[in-house]
Design a protein around this ligand. Structure first.
Ligand code: ACO
Length: 332
């Protein structure tokens, strides 16, 4: 049976660090408020010239090198982002061009915080269907250019950062059970308005206008408490769904990498599941929420720290705008 394995992982964040204290020059906030509510201490922001695909290029180069692959070895690109370089086309084709890759297909996935797990599940399905052998899966975001960094937008603005993570996945036809064991994807569009950027879009005026800007519709909006309430139910649910599918229990989990939404969410999920702190990876304090990039950035750090060994059971789980939520169980 063909198994999909992650053979290379890379991360890249822009060099500019913006601390909670730095944010005070634009909005009425405090380091204590942000730390207490989210666990975030600092995040990285791009400069004016840098776009989402530029971050993805750097993360992808590292992932490819780690996998021992050249850009021409990749059969397909899946690019998860909510902050693409342009309204269209998506960032996947730009990555293909910037890495000077052959004319392979490139697909953008728009599933926000769940985007990376959705993309990994898609890559797994393509590989197991023997459509492709080697796929580059990327999660990358430039949030800083789209946030409302005034006091009005502070509840959202303090939470998000820029960054990219990339993985190379490959198919192996051998007797080993190492690789992606199962994936689970969910959505509930009735909550779309709980975490969204409303305009511009085809539901309203297609072009940006003073009216849209003045109404605050071009910046992300969130019903924070509702997001929290749903997240702490959906994370455990989708993690258990993955474990039940493979006949495993929470005791079998060696490491959980949750989407880095908010330290309070991750901590509530950990407690609900009864997992010890050392089995749940958190790095939100240094990056903020980088949406589709959080899981591959975290995975790259976990590997660098030697926290995963061959045969370990790794669980990835995400929840975010849509609402969407997802999980993957991987035998490392
Ligand atoms: N700095 C200082 N004060 C702030 C800030 C800020 N950045 N943002 C809001 N406040 C103020 C509010 O204006 C309010 O003031 P008021 O009492 O005078 O009206 C006060 O702080 C409390 O606001 P609440 O909204 O009640 O704050 P709450 O305790 O609910 O925390 C938060 C808000 C952190 C967003 C919380 O609801 C939460 O953790 N939600 C989870 C959502 C989340 O983290 N999403 C991440 C992205 S989505 C994802 O990845 C799944």
């Amino acid at each position: 049976m063909i198994r999909t394995r992650i053979t290379g992982v890379g991360r890249y964040v822009p060099p500019r660090v913006v601390t909670n204290h730095d944010l005070k020059q634009w909005m009425d906030t405090s380091d204590e408020w942000i730390r207490e509510r989210s666990g975030i201490v600092e995040r990285h922001w791009v400069d004016e010239k840098t776009a989402t695909s530029d971050l993805a290029v750097e993360a992808s180069k590292i992932a490819l090198e780690q996998a021992g692959k050249k850009p021409e070895d990749v059969d397909f690109i899946i690019f998860a982002t909510l902050s693409s370089d342009y309204y269209f086309p998506g960032s996947g084709v730009l990555l293909q061009h910037k890495l000077n890759m052959p004319k392979v297909g490139a697909m953008d996935v728009r599933n926000q915080c769940s985007g990376f797990v959705y993309s990994l599940a898609t890559a797994n399905a393509f590989i197991r269907a023997e459509m492709y052998k080697t796929i580059l899966v990327v999660g990358a975001e430039v949030h800083s250019k789209g946030l409302d960094i005034s006091t009005e937008g502070r509840d959202v603005a303090v939470l998000f950062g820029d960054g990219a993570g990339a993985v190379v996945v490959e198919g192996f036809d051998d007797d080993s059970d190492r690789g992606i064991l199962t994936t689970h994807l969910h959505s509930q569009g009735k909550y779309a308005e709980y975490l969204w950027t409303e305009a511009p879009g085809s539901a309203g005026p297609r072009h940006i206008s003073h009216e849209i800007l003045e109404a605050g519709k071009a910046a992300p909006k969130m019903r924070g408490r509702d997001v929290f309430k749903h997240a702490i139910v959906r994370f455990p649910e989708v993690i258990m769904e993955a474990l039940n599918t493979i006949g495993a229990t929470l005791d079998d989990v060696d490491l959980l990498i949750p989407h880095q939404a908010n330290l309070r969410i991750s901590e509530a999920v950990r407690q609900r599941l009864g997992l010890p702190p050392e089995k749940v990876y958190n790095n939100i304090e240094r990056y903020g929420n980088t949406t589709a990039a959080t899981i591959p950035i975290a995975l790259s750090e976990v590997l660098e720290k030697g926290m995963l060994k061959e045969g370990d059971l790794l669980i990835l789980a995400a929840f975010g705008s849509g609402f969407t939520w997802a999980s993957a169980a991987i035998r490392w």
